[in-house]
Design a protein. Structure first.
Length: 457
């Protein structure tokens, strides 16, 4: 494990925080330190039963370690344990949430100068999408929600919870929503909302938001953007040079300013501990749907309490504190260190994809390289079944070399256009850590050795 700066950072900051409350009469909190130490020893051993998510050789699922400043700020906030439901429970942390969300909104071009918006943190991307589709359903009762078959599985389930009909439309060979299939649904005249994914879970595909907005002008519907995974790539969408996005993805990202609602997960690419999603609405007027009375709270301040515009009641103020601190250190600017980290992961993905394409043991996506920082490939074999078995075996052989990849089931025609729509299990690698670029050589060596062991070549 790398040297952890958090204990040192935390001890100084804790002294300062304690000084803020020094005027209170002292009291002793009951604590059996020996017993706590024993429990923590057991806890540490139990936690050893994990993949090493923090290490660059973990290149499997969407797992990016929180930044040390986020961990320190989160732990510091635990001294107070604020609740961002109402200012009664989280005064400073509510302000910090508003400021942090303002930074995210500005990244998408949403600011006071471009009109109003409403936004808040949630405990996950799923909850954030639930709020967005709940508002969408209120605005278009009885109308359908449509999204790509590659949209996150929770959209269908959320729609069922909200009693909204959800229709999946086909994805093309690059994993993007097929616009002809979408238009066929729109012609039926009963679509209230289209879910556009910027960065699909499986392969990081970027739906053509700009084109969907053209269809909106013709057919009239609400556009919800699920950028839970890919949202932060907006920062590099105006950029040129190495590691930038391709033209189609850039156009999609630039159109985010026109979305009706948008979800982004700081706990995915935003260097945050879990428990940090975010939903934004372009029209602040949708706040009316959240209106409710709470006889217990909202009495300490006439300012907006975030619980008044959120479906969840209690929410971790510490999550807002951690996000705020991270954005202070790493502002969401196109030329900043945070954006450089995104480019670095993307450069690693482009390099891995290049090596896969040159290597006769794999088949890469026929439609082109990764749109963000997720690489997938099929193992070459006579048919889908042996290809899937080989992927499973290579995945396991990598793990014995401390390289942790992931598996994903994808349509065969994405790799071989003449093949059918049947699924094949593929290798998948999410290269979202800035360190992945420097480690790519070592990742490749291990992958190659694992293939040699399994395939004999
Ligand atoms: C595109 C997309 N949307 C939504 C979600 C759900 O987010 P969460 O896991 O934070 O609930 C995910 C999770 O991977 C995702 O990739």
């Amino acid at each position: 494990m790398p040297n952890d700066p958090v204990p040192g950072l935390l001890s100084r900051a804790t002294e300062l925080l304690e000084a803020e409350f020094a005027g209170l009469p002292a009291f002793e909190a009951a604590a059996d330190l020996d017993a706590m130490a024993r429990v923590l020893e057991t806890t540490a051993r139990r936690l050893g039963d994990n993949y090493p998510y923090f290490h660059p050789l973990y290149a499997g699922q969407m797992l990016k370690p929180p930044h040390p400043v986020a961990r320190a700020a989160y732990a510091l906030a635990m001294t107070v344990n604020p609740n961002n439901h109402a200012r009664d429970g989280g005064r400073a942390s509510s302000e910090m949430e508003i400021e942090a969300v303002r930074g995210i909104a500005a990244m998408f071009g949403w600011s006071a100068s471009s009109g109003s918006y409403l936004g808040h943190l949630t405990s996950s991307g799923t909850l954030a999408n639930l709020e967005a589709l709940w508002v969408a359903g209120m605005l278009a009762p009885g109308k359908r929600v449509v999204g790509s078959e590659q949209a996150h599985y929770t959209h269908k389930r959320i729609s069922a919870v909200l009693k909204l009909e959800f229709t999946s439309v086909a994805a093309d060979g690059r994993g993007r929503m097929d616009l002809n299939a979408l238009e066929a649904e729109l012609r039926r005249g009963d679509v209230g909302t289209v879910v556009v994914t910027l960065g699909t879970t499986a392969i990081g595909a970027v739906d053509a938001l700009d084109e969907v907005l053209k269809l909106k002008a013709r057919y009239g519907f609400r556009v919800h953007v699920d950028a839970a995974y890919g949202g932060y790539f907006r920062l590099i969408a105006d950029d040129s040079g190495e590691g930038v996005l391709d033209d189609a993805a850039r156009r999609a990202y630039r159109a985010t300013v026109e979305a009706d609602s948008l979800v982004i997960d700081p706990h995915k690419h935003g260097l945050q501990p879990y428990g940090c999603g975010c939903v934004l609405f372009r029209d602040a007027g949708v706040g009316r749907f959240y209106k409710h009375d709470s006889p217990y709270t909202y009495f300490t301040s006439k300012e907006l309490h975030l619980g008044e515009i959120s479906l969840e009641c209690s929410r971790a103020g510490a999550a807002a504190v951690a996000l705020w601190a991270t954005q202070q250190l790493l502002p969401l600017t196109p030329d900043g260190e945070f954006a450089r980290g995104l480019k670095s992961g993307r450069a690693a993905a482009l390099e891995l994809d290049r090596r896969v394409r040159e290597d006769g043991r794999f088949v890469a996506l026929a439609g082109g390289g990764p749109e963000l920082d997720i690489v997938v490939c099929k193992v070459k074999a006579a048919s889908a079944e042996p290809a899937s078995d080989l992927a499973q075996s290579i995945f396991a052989a990598c793990a014995t070399r401390d390289l942790h990849l992931a598996l994903v089931q994808l349509p065969q025609f994405w790799f071989e256009p003449a093949a059918g729509a049947g699924l094949v299990t593929c290798l998948r690698s999410v290269l979202m850590k800035p360190e992945h670029e420097a480690w790519l050589g070592r990742i490749w060596e291990r992958l190659s050795a694992a293939c040699e062991e399994v395939m004999g070549v």
